[in-house]
Structures are given as structure tokens and as C-alpha cells.
Write a protein that binds this ligand. Structure first.
Ligand code: PLP
Length: 372
């Protein structure tokens, strides 16, 4: 099927930057700089600067970043880690693979962790909380940091969807012990495959993750213990370093597209939109996704697809606890707002290659659907 509006558009982004991308690939290959070289160190420095942390360590992806940070923080069997079920399974899987147990709290109207519910979920076994900054909007970090301090919880931010987003001027990934980022191609800053990073102000955490990602090797050539191979490829780092220069422009473009959705759809009583981009807000949102709620969601999605608009439901339409084989079904009764959201939620096209007119077309299809 030929889509009129694609959900993501990798070929157009390539066409727009072809000369620079190919020049970067050529330079890396000519020098043979493939593993743990200067391009990786440069990218780590630039990302730390961008996020506002002292350190950054590149990793194979965000799932591994989360896993390694939790190991570095000593989280393991018998521990509980509080997070949300409205996230990619990776967040919960990273907790699971340390031997700890993920504990889910419900979400608020912003579709993010309702931080007021964290305190009630704390038990003597709770060691950490993993806020997930979904769709390019931070959780209420000021409130969460206060709860975490009171109960001595480690805060590890799943910032996979929030590179560049901030709350009271402090960016995602710069609040907790560490932030974990994804450079999966559809993310705000996308690699040519998998990639991830950890940002932190803790020298000990940065050093531990640096060792853990590379078999436990120490600078002296010793091994710190049994470990993993979770390195960020040097070629990917060079590409990411190039693309990072464009990120502020891409964020502005996404905010401009969100403003069009807001202008065209906010008077429809059948839809619930995310907060619009607002320069005066304490939240600076980067709109990794444009996630909204809609009445008669399934019919609306069918209508949009007929009209050539590619639509995705978050995580294929299910929260983590709604995948039966993970054995988390008990949460169905405990997360009423997550359950309700997944009957109404969908994501509209939001990427830097889409035109204003294409977004207006999507809005017209939606308005016409509800007018019928
Ligand atoms: C993409 C994503 C991840 C996983 O990132 P990978 O780099 O693919 O491992 C984790 N959490 C959230 C919220 C994500 O969106």
C-alpha cells in the first residue's frame, strides 16, 4: 500500500543528509576506526554537554543501558523497582534480567507515571524507581525526586523518548542517578541501527557502566568480574555525532507540528490531546510521539488507514502487563487508568520529514470522521 502520510520516513531523511552521512561513513571506514575510538568519545562528550551531565557512556541500545545502570547500582534478586506498565517492554525486561521484580504504578492524565502513587508502592524491598519520560515529556521529576529522597530510592530515568526534553530547565537524563537513551532509528536521534547511552553525574556509575559494557575490562587490562558486551559501535557514534547537530532544529520542527495538531483538533470533544508546546510551561516537550486519546478509536484508525494515513498504537496496542506470557496479569485490576487509556489511545504521524499540509490532511480526515 502507498501511504499518503507515513508514520516514519527513513528514506527521506537519508536523502536530505546523504552527502554528510556518506562522508562520515567514508571517513570512519578509511581510518578503520570501528571500536571504542575517538568518534565514540567525541559523541559521548557532546551528548553529556547536550543533556547537562558530567559523563556519558555509549551502549549497544537503551535496554542494555538500563540493565547495566541497574547492575552498577547493585540492584538484583530480592529487590523491587517501581515503574509503569505504559512503557516499552524493555524497561520491565531490564529490571527482570537483574533478578529484581518490576512493580507497576498507574499513570496520570499526561500518560506518564503518576508520581503521587509511588509512595504507596514502596515496600522494604524497594530499591529504585524508573520514571519513563514518554512521548517526549518528562515525568513530574521535582515531585518524584522528593519521594525518592524520602525513601532513599535510586532514580534511573528511562529517557529513551525524551532526548532534549526538560522540566524547570533541567533535561531528562540529568535528574536521577542516571538517564538511559535510545538511538533506535525512529527515536528523535536515530542511528543506522541500534544504539544507546547512559548519562550521569556520578563518576563511579560512569566508570562501572564503562567496564560493564566491555566485558568487565579495566583500563589496566584486568577484569572487574563477569560482564557483558554492550558497546556502542564507533560508526554509529560518528553518525550520531553528526545528527546531534541537527537535533535542536528537529525538536523545533516537532513542536511546530504538534502546534498544528493542537490548532486543528483541540475543538473536537471526541479527542484528548497531549499538552500543546507552550514556551511558558515548566515542561519543554520534544514530541517523540504524538499520542492522543480518541472516542471509537478502532473505527477512527480504520478510517485513517483507508485515507492512507499510517497509524500505530503504542506497543502494538497493549501495556506491558497485558501480554499474558509475562505473568503480570494481576495488574489488570490495579492499573485502571492504564487499562482505560489502552482502549482509547493511538499515535498520529510525527517526524521531521512530514509536511504541514500532510498533518493538516490527517486532521481533516479526523474531523470528517467525527462529523459523519
Ligand atoms: C525505545 C525504547 C526503549 C528501548 O530502546 P532500545 O534502544 O530499542 O533498547 C526503552 N524504553 C522506551 C520508553 C523506549 O521508547
Amino acid at each position: 500500500m502507498e501511504w499518503r502520510v507515513r508514520f516514519v520516513d527513513y528514506p527521506s531523511q537519508f536523502q536530505g543528509m546523504e552527502a554528510e552521512l556518506m562522508g562520515t561513513v567514508r571517513a570512519v571506514l578509511e581510518r578503520g576506526d570501528l571500536m571504542l575510538r575517538q568518534q565514540l568519545r567525541d559523541f559521548e562528550d557532546h551528548l553529556a554537554q547536550f543533556v547537562g551531565t558530567k559523563y556519558c557512556v555509549g551502549t549497544s541500545n537503551c535496554t542494555d543501558a538500563l540493565h547495566l545502570v541497574m547492575r552498577a547500582a547493585g540492584i538484583g534478586p530480592g529487590d523491587e523497582v517501581v515503574t509503569v506498565s505504559h512503557t516499552f517492554v524493555a524497561t520491565a525486561a531490564a529490571i527482570h534480567h537483574t533478578g529484581a521484580t518490576p512493580v507497576f504504578v498507574d499513570i496520570g492524565p499526561d500518560h506518564n507515571m503518576d508520581v503521587r502513587l509511588v509512595e504507596a508502592a514502596v515496600t522494604p524491598r524497594t530499591r529504585a524507581v524508573v520514571p519513563v519520560h514518554l512521548n517526549g515529556r518528562l515525568c513530574d521529576m521535582e515531585a518524584l525526586m522528593a519521594v525518592a529522597a524520602k525513601h532513599k530510592l535510586v532514580v534511573i530515568e528511562d529517557s529513551a523518548q525524551a532526548l532534549g526534553a526538560s522540566h524547570h530547565g533541567r533535561k531528562g537524563g540529568a535528574w536521577g542517578l542516571a538517564g538511559c537513551f535510545s538511538f533506535y532509528p525512529a527515536k528523535l536521534l536515530g542511528a543506522l541501527g541500534d544504539g544507546g547511552a547512559v548519562t550521569t553525574n556520578s563518576a563511579a556509575t560512569a566508570e562501572a557502566v564503562r567496564r560493564l559494557r566491555d566485558h568487565g575490562r579495566t583500563p589496566e587490562g584486568d577484569l572487574a568480574g563477569w560482564s557483558f558486551n554492550c558497546r556502542l559501535d564507533n560508526l554509529q557514534a560518528a553518525i550520531l555525532d553528526l545528527k546531534l547537530q541537527y537535533l535542536p532544529r528537529w525538536i523545533e520542527r516537532r513542536r511546530a507540528l504538534a502546534a498544528i495538531y493542537q490548532a486543528e483538533l483541540s475543538n473536537l470533544p471526541q479527542v484528548g490531546l497531549p499538552p500543546p508546546p507552550d514556551a511558558r510551561s515548566a515542561f519543554f516537550d520534544v514530541f517523540q510521539n504524538y499520542e492522543l486519546e480518541a472516542e471509537s478509536r478502532d473505527e477512527l484508525v480504520a478510517r485513517l488507514k483507508e485515507a492512507g494515513v499510517e497509524i500505530l498504537l503504542p506497543w502494538g496496542g497493549r501495556a506491558v502487563h497485558q501480554f499474558p506470557r509475562l505473568g503480570l496479569g494481576e495488574y489488570a485490576a490495579r492499573l485502571p487508568r492504564t487499562e482505560a487509556l489502552f482502549r482509547r489511545v493511538l499515535m498520529l504521524p510525527m517526524h521531521t520529514e512530514v509536511s504541514d499540509d500532510q498533518i493538516r490532511y490527517v486532521c481533516r480526515v479526523i474531523r470528517e470522521y467525527y462529523a459523519d
